[in-house]
Ligand binder design. Structure first.
Ligand SMILES: [Zn+2]
Length: 272
């Protein structure tokens, strides 16, 4: 796991995304480091719905904007609901994208430049997609529910059908999330995984009575391979949020009271 510093803000980037974009995108999996929020939200929290103040969250957007040279008013988030719906952002949101916050989606795809599409997580898996040929980007929030609905597979089909993306061109980055070392789930989750794939045993290991360890990242990688993405295009950040709760917000490690880190990707405007 390589942390890159932009002032006090520390972000994880993907080398292949940087190489193949040649400056045409900005992207990053934020950590919790470098913001102004306090207490359980310390410090780069992007979610005002978890108990932090809106003022702090807005200030954190400004800090990230300055660090990454992106417009904080153009960080675009949907309202995540652990579903499998994909928002196709085909027009510019108005100058106050938070007006769109009520939209219930767990993935966003766009070809529009100058908008940083993002997802918020604290153990769930953030996934970003980039096709340098068609210049199209996507971002996904995948918890166990969205994963069992194959949200990442949905995103890949939409990118193919709507934008003509070729599978061999599509790069996929999987960010920090809770690892199988810390992700203990109950039989309800296991049943849901069994319903979604007959290879479920590869992603579930029994721990004790009614507790199982789940490998969220491996299941998403399996779905990407099933969708036809070449193995070498699947780029994984190996970091468990719960094992590293000083660096990442972790819902499990903090027993529920914590902030949310932002993962974002943006196509850079021409001349910017
Ligand atoms: Zn762990």
């Amino acid at each position: 796991m390589g942390l890159e510093s932009f002032g006090k803000v520390k972000i994880i980037t993907i080398e292949r995304f940087k190489q193949q974009s040649n400056g045409r995108i900005k992207h990053g999996f934020c950590t919790r480091l470098g913001g102004v929020s306090q207490g359980p939200f310390r410090s780069l929290n992007f979610d005002a719905e978890v108990g932090d103040s809106l003022e702090n969250v807005e200030q954190n957007k400004v800090i990230l904007g300055q660090a990454m040279k992106i417009n904080p008013a153009r960080i675009f988030l949907a309202n995540q609901v652990h579903g499998d719906q994909v928002l196709v952002l085909d027009e510019y949101p108005d100058e106050n994208p938070s007006n769109y916050y009520y939209l219930d989606y767990d993935a966003i795809i766009t070809q529009k430049k100058g908008i940083a599409i993002g997802v918020l997580t604290a153990d769930c898996l953030p996934i970003m997609l980039y096709d340098p040929v068609r210049e199209v980007i996507g971002i996904v929030h995948a918890g166990w529910r969205g994963t069992c609905l194959n949200i990442v597979g949905n995103v890949v089909s939409k990118l193919r059908n709507l934008f003509g993306v070729q599978l061999e061109d599509l790069l996929v980055g999987l960010g920090p999330s809770i690892g199988p070392c810390c992700y203990s789930v109950d039989i309800k989750v296991v049943r849901s995984i069994k319903n979604s794939t007959n290879r479920w045993k590869e992603f579930i290991k029994p721990l004790k009575a009614n507790r199982y360890s789940m490998d969220l990242v491996a299941l998403n990688i399996h779905q990407l391979l099933e969708a036809g993405i070449p193995k070498e295009n699947i780029l994984r950040i190996n970091a468990c949020t719960a094992c590293n709760s000083k660096v990442f917000f972790s819902h499990r490690a903090s027993k529920g009271k914590t902030g949310r880190q932002l993962s974002f990707i943006q196509l850079v405007e021409e001349g910017a």
